[in-house]
Design a protein around this ligand. Structure first.
Ligand code: SF4
Ligand code: SF4
Length: 345
């Protein structure tokens, strides 16, 4: 791995360089909250250590996108639509880089999703170190640090940044748009200091090894916890919307009144919503909120692990932060752990 030192001032000229080649999205402050947004100048960046309310997922998998346009009648046609542009995601935290890695697997699985994959191909990822707030628990699910999945990664060491080069593309961009020097051993040691300090700061924790969670969830299918949280859940779908690894969508058609043309689009869906598992005839496979929450949590800690080989919760804490009734996925998991331990004793 190649490490370079970039001064704080140097970051601004680097971003200015990127803006000549890419649409750049990074953390900004909107209505007082940290959010990702498009920037036109480096001054707009708000490189906070704490998490943004929404992840950068929508730059790769938009909340709504047209998949194809069609015309009926004699000259009928079907035109696939792929909207993708060169983009740089700047200041992405380690948990979100892990989430993008998972989404890459999902959208390449089976029939490859050309829309997602085209956008991904045109995306540069520049990560940055972060610190946890009271809801982050990435350390418990092994996503506190990341060693691949980015083009460049910036480690804040106070006097500037140690830049970790992840890909050839990242290397070329850094050399083209920034003045850097080889990071010294002392500067690299500061990266390790930051990591150690970060590891001590977590308030939210899962009280078991990440590798044991699939089995825990498998044994907790009939736990009373699901009824308990199902009673307070609004079924609002906010937890799905903010989650960087939720990728379910619905596909719908828009047709003109005279039925001559239209478009097919997809839009995010959420497994906590009542209609999600409703099928023709009105049957619903997951009628209750308890069943829907159990399904969502199992997707994060068990079902997807069987399919893709890793947990689908990256511990970003966004679903906890956003839930109006304080349903906390880490606390719920800890309750299941406690229940299981009692059961065994
Ligand atoms: S768990 Fe919270 S955020 Fe998710 S659907 Fe229920 S009330 Fe909404
Ligand atoms: S389930 Fe919650 S904590 Fe886990 S990745 Fe999704 S939003 Fe983040």
């Amino acid at each position: 791995m190649n490490y370079r030192f970039l001064s704080k001032k140097g970051v601004a000229s680097f971003v200015t360089g990127l803006l000549k080649e890419f649409r750049v999205y990074g953390p900004v402050k909107k209505d007082g909250f940290p959010m990702y947004g498009e920037i036109t100048s480096p001054d707009e960046l708000h490189l906070l250590h704490t998490p943004t309310h929404l992840s950068p997922k929508h730059y790769l998998f938009p909340q709504r996108e047209t998949l194809l346009r069609f015309k009926n009648g004699e000259n009928h046609s079907i035109e696939p639509t792929v909207e993708a542009h060169d983009q740089a995601l700047f200041g992405v935290h380690s948990c979100d880089i892990h989430a993008i890695r998972l989404m890459d697997m999902v959208f390449a699985y089976g029939t490859p999703d050309v829309n997602y994959l085209k956008r991904r191909e045109k995306t540069v990822i520049i990560g940055i170190d972060c610190l946890p707030d009271k809801h982050c628990f990435c350390k418990s699910v092994n996503t506190m640090t990341v060693d691949s999945g980015f083009d460049l990664f910036l480690h804040d060491i106070g006097s500037g940044f140690v830049v970790e080069i992840g890909t050839r593309k990242g290397n070329d961009l850094l050399y083209k748009h920034a003045k850097t020097k080889k990071a010294t051993a002392g500067e690299r040691a500061k990266m390790a200091e930051f990591k150690n300090k970060k590891a001590e700061l977590f308030i939210t924790k899962i009280n078991a090894e990440a590798s044991t969670l699939p089995l825990l969830y498998s044994g907790s299918y009939f736990s009373p916890v699901w009824e308990k949280i199902g009673k307070i859940c609004y079924g609002c779908g906010s937890c799905n919307n903010v989650c960087p690894t939720c990728y379910c969508f619905d596909v719908r058609d828009d047709v003109t009144l005279n039925l001559t043309e239209g478009g097919r689009y997809r839009v995010w869906d959420g497994c906590t919503l009542e209609d999600f598992a409703k099928v023709a005839g009105g049957h619903n496979f997951r009628k209750t909120r308890a069943e829907r929450l159990r399904h969502r949590f199992n997707r994060k800690f068990q079902y997807q692990v069987d399919k893709f080989g890793g947990l689908f919760c990256v511990g970003c804490g966004r679903c906890i932060r956003t839930c109006l009734v304080n349903i906390n996925i880490a606390e719920v998991t800890n309750e299941l752990i406690e229940e299981t331990n009692k059961d065994r004793s």
